[in-house]
Design a binder for this molecule. Structure first.
Ligand code: C5P
Length: 356
């Protein structure tokens, strides 16, 4: 059977609005996702097992690439690849994605070309799952639609649907009930914007950030967004968002502006919690502004900081400036909104060809 190649984008959150912890231990989210041009590429090679009832065997190998401020393209990172090898097992989201679609009857080899930071709040794991789902769907001729694959993949990670649909998308619920606002483009266009991502040396745990968020809200006795919304119920209100349920039409309209027109609207409710845990992250944002960024924001639950820039060249200058900071591991320059998961004909030239 023929090999299949697919890719899926990472994401940034232009808005991340967080509600109160619910009984299931999660926080309802209103999130506006933007797919960005750092993509994960997934290659699938396989054969049918002799016995169709036999449990599928799946082997995964992840090759890690890094970007860097002056790199027009990602570069293979041997050290990071060796460090990632222990995670190339049954818990890898690509392996779990294969097993969801073809639990029995196949022998598959999966190569993941990873450009998104590990635990960086840019949905790298979810992008692996999304690209694998569409690759396996194609390879095995399963005929699922993108929407069906999104629904299947949401069990693997809350960001899988965002990586699948790409472009600009609104997520409600836990950020996973997805509505496409704009499908994005395959190449940068006049309406695209450029981002600098600064990846921190030290990771930040998502549950810890949410716990800190709860503690700050409890201590401050802040009126909850939901209560604030209820207070204005009955009156026409275009400025209130209820996390998990709605986004204010004003905010949504601002985030649909082209290019850096969104600068004053980007927002992340988790920022204060993340900066309480890791105050040095604010310095990364300030350095981006000093270098001329239009705006900066925490990406997801962090620790990645992203900054908005008018042009690719300017983004590279900002990246170079923040790359020198001690808490920054590396930087990447990217644009959005980009297309979602798609089948690819060829690997990009910077990917190692390991098929031999
Ligand atoms: O989605 P993920 O499994 O990465 O979430 C990790 C943890 O982050 C959850 O177990 C929960 O503690 C917290 N979380 C949350 N609300 C969300 C998403 C995650 O409280 N919407």
């Amino acid at each position: 059977m023929r090999d299949v190649l697919a890719s899926a984008p990472g994401k940034v959150n232009l808005a991340l609005l967080v509600g109160n912890l619910d009984a299931s231990g999660y926080h309802p989210l209103t999130s506006v996702f933007e797919a960005i041009s750092l993509r994960e590429y997934v290659e699938i090679r396989g054969t049918l097992a002799g016995d169709s009832a036999q449990e599928s065997t799946v082997e995964v190998r992840t090759l890690v690439y890094s970007a860097g401020p002056n790199a027009m393209q990602p570069r293979f990172d041997e050290k990071a690849t060796v460090e990632f090898a222990p995670f190339d097992g049954p818990e890898h989201l690509a392996v779990r994605a294969v097993r969801l679609l073809v639990p029995t009857g196949v022998r598959l080899g999966v190569t993941v070309h990873k450009t998104l930071p590990i635990a960086g709040g840019m949905a790298g794991g979810s992008a692996d799952a999304a690209a694998t789902l569409i690759a396996v769907n194609e390879w095995a001729g399963l005929g699922y639609t993108g929407e069906e694959l999104s629904r299947i993949g949401a069990d693997l990670g809350a960001d899988v649907p965002a990586c699948m649909v790409g472009g600009l998308a609104l997520g409600l619920g836990r950020g996973d009930a997805m509505t496409v606002i704009d499908p994005g483009t395959a190449q940068p266009e006049y309406s695209s914007r450029w981002w600098v991502a600064a990846f921190a040396k030290e990771g930040l745990s998502t549950p810890q950030v949410f716990r800190q968020f709860d503690a700050l809200r409890d201590n401050a006795g802040e009126p909850q967004r939901v209560e604030a919304a209820q207070e204005v119920e009955g009156k026409e209100n275009t400025t209130v968002s209820v996390p998990g349920e709605s986004i204010s039409p004003v905010l949504l309209a601002e985030l649909q502006r082209p290019g850096v027109g969104i600068a004053s609207a980007v927002t992340n409710d988790l920022a204060k919690a993340a900066f309480t845990l890791r105050p040095e992250l604010r310095k990364v944002g300030s350095a981006c502004m000093d270098a001329g960024a239009e705006a900066w924001i925490l990406s997801g639950s962090g620790p990645t900081i992203i900054a908005l820039s008018r042009t690719a060249n300017h983004a590279r200058e900002i990246a170079e400036a923040v790359d020198a900071l001690p808490m920054v591991r590396e930087t990447a320059v990217m644009w959005g909104p980009e297309e979602g998961a798609r089948i690819e004909k060829n690997l990009p030239s910077w990917c190692l060809d390991v098929r031999g």
